[in-house]
Design a protein around this ligand. Sequence first.
Ligand code: EPZ
Length: 420
Amino acid sequence: MEKIVIKGGKALSGEIRASGAKNAVLPIIAASIVGTGTSMIRNVPHLDDVTTMNELLIQMGVQLTVDETTNVEICADHINNPRAPYETVKTMRASILALGPLLTKYGKAEVSLPGGCAIGARPVDIHLKGLEAMGAKIKVENGYIIAKADRLKGCQFYMDKVTVTGTENLLIAATLAKGTTVLENCATEPEVVDLANYLSKMGAKIEGIGSSIIKIEGVEVLHGCEHHIIPDRIEVGTFLVAAAATGGSITINNSKPEDLESVIIKLREAGAEINTTEDTISLNMHGKRPKPVNINTAPHPAFPTDMQAQFCTLNAIANGYSIVTENLFENRFMHINELIRMGADITVAGNQAIINGVKHLNGAPTTATDLRASASLVIAGLVAEGETEIFDIHYIDRGYEVIEEKLNQLGAIIKRVSFT
Ligand code: EPZ
């Protein structure tokens, strides 16, 4: 077993390099299934979720190799087991992204129905309704989605909710469908755009990339290609909040400021001085205590739900009151109780956290509950007086590449400790 131990109170300073985006590389590796020939995916982050997705494809019969710089080479011409088993899906919900690719290329798929997770029920009804609208025959038996289709047909489909992986599954499925598909109320997250760009390079005919209406002209075959994954905007945002919370000054290279506009606006509102170039973001807090900022999560380009927990920590030590409203997931305040144990003054009422900023937090033993909640506890440990331990850190390793190494590079006193 491992835990993270942090000695708080040091302002972060220095430079780090952003890793590739987890939520772009997962759909792109899944989408490689629809290609004929080999794809080479570069700038792939070394994360547990990526390893899980790679293993999922390998057990399907995909030839997949990871080189020393974690680039992934994939050839999906010989899939003989179009199946995503329960034991894989239960560790990583993004396995549902295999459904669209398998169905549109092989006409069949068996994917374990993802259960809920810590942050909510996470239904996939829109994924299934969209594939049925394309002519798939879908039933759920013994916890598995059993899907069949001679060949998917283009259709017009409106998504009742803006869903990132729902948009991605249907976008991939439409690329080899017969005829034209128009998807409406699509997610416009940068990760969806990166997937669409990868599919276009493979030969897919896609219009409206980055907008809420995407039109896809089905083709007969798609070819493997080379693709460089975009920087992880949530990793970048997490480090910017950590620097702001500790009153520090950092620069993040290999980032994409345009993907983080809503977060940068909120950090400036909190008192941070932020300068950007095309691929770097510099934040300087000048040792000041943050000002409180109200947060309302919503689909891109609004404030991302994946940055909500981190801003709860920033607001927990801010100079005044703030309200954080979580509009996407019904149970995404699991970090609040842990922050309260560290001395935060927060009240949760429905989907709102009312935060009265305190001068300082106190180090304590804490437990991570989900990926972004664990990031908020790391930030809390960096600002707290004394020592903080974080248990169940496997959540962190799912979405942050060598987080303690990058934080050490910025002067944090943080280490990973094994214990029995
Ligand atoms: C993606 O999850 C991300 N994961 C999540 O990041 C992110 O929090 C979320 O989008 C929102 O931005 C990946 O991309 C792998 P949704 P996803 O479908 O696609 C409802 C992280 O920390 N909904 O956009 O599963 C759903 O209940 C993770 O990296 C339906 O009702 O989220 C939610 O309220 C956490 N029916 C809303 O839509 C459906 O069929 C948005 O969910 C699908 C979704």
